[in-house]
Design a protein around this ligand. Sequence first.
Ligand code: NAD
Ligand code: DAU
Length: 346
Amino acid sequence: MTIHTVLVTGGAGFIGSNFIRHLLANYNYDIINLDKLTYAGNLENLADVAGDQRYRFVQGDIGDAEVVRELMPQADAVVSFAAESHVDRSIEDPGTFIQTDVYGTFVLLDAARRSDIERFLHISTDEVYGQSIGDQRFKEDDPFRPRSPYAASKAGGELQVHAFRETYDLPVVIARPANNIGPYQYPEKAVPLFTINAIEDEPLPVYGEGLQIRDRLYVDDHCKALDLLLHEGELGEAYNISAGNERTNIEVVKTILDILEKPTSLIRFVEDRLGHDERYSMEATKIRALGWSTDHDFDAAMEKTVNWYRDHREWWEPIRSGEYREYYERMYGRRLAEAKPYEEAG
Ligand code: NAD
Ligand code: DAU
């Protein structure tokens, strides 16, 4: 396989922007970044590489067949991140998730099968398996049991990727990553939200009793795994990407407060997310067999992440003053007014 040009979709978001930076630092590829710039897309995430001759930004929707069909023949490989990505927003408004995560994925695949694409790396999620019960750890051939509108949309998108492999022999590889943390994550997501609120001495809204478990994967470790899959992943195969950093949400919150030397009195237990998945847990044997390992355990991943937000106020301050404010009020206003402080909840 010879790659000259990679079409990255959703490259102005959290993981996509980190991955573009990773590719530019490690390869001499040309990169086309196709991104709609939804509320989650932010060109500031790529300000340091915007002037690189090898990088080109195109504002557009992956659901727009005209744009996609124009760009696809210019690429040898596709890495597809573009998605509506936040579970809480999918509970409020599932339709946009179907539009992008299902239909948009179809438009990309349909253009790819008509083009000379050598590799189509699709970014799925661990949420397609649904929640782990007890000590269940998902393997790649376990069934899909998505439980949120977001997870169901991602499962719908991924199923089409498999279908295009079976039907058209499209050279696809699929990544199923765990919860990423790191720089440039939109502060609707738990770790940047808790961190920035703590920096600002604002309450930290923990859903339910904070006992749900997520596996925290540092975004650079994730990018290393995607790099391997782009170059060495077996066609038609899906790969779990999990770090083995499973912690409850309340442990995560306490770690953030410790790093920032802030008091636990900032914690509030608020009304839970509807249909909240208790735990995600996956085996990562298959990706490790390709030679992947992580450089960040839980503490290192949290330390780097929290310190980045502490040191990059200029990145998050403009975001918090716009659409985010309205979203935050809608999502947390009543919940916080009715919340229990940490000490009272025991
Ligand atoms: P993000 O929300 O930060 O970024 C998504 C990007 O996609 C944004 O730049 C947005 O503008 C763009 N986008 C949205 N709709 C689009 C459309 N119709 N056309 C073109 N661009 C569009 O998301 P993220 O956290 O970086 O996640 C990237 C991918 O990884 C997603 O597919 C997500 O489902 C998956 N994933 C994320 C995580 C995580 O922890 N963040 C874990 C597992 C899987
Ligand atoms: O597991 C992979 C998934 O991780 C990705 O596919 C999604 O795109 C990504 O958003 C993430 O989904 P989660 O729902 O796990 O992430 P989120 O940051 O929204 O929430 C993490 C945990 O924290 C979850 O148990 C809900 C809880 N939470 C979240 C928020 C926003 C709170 O307790 N309070 C909050 O305010």
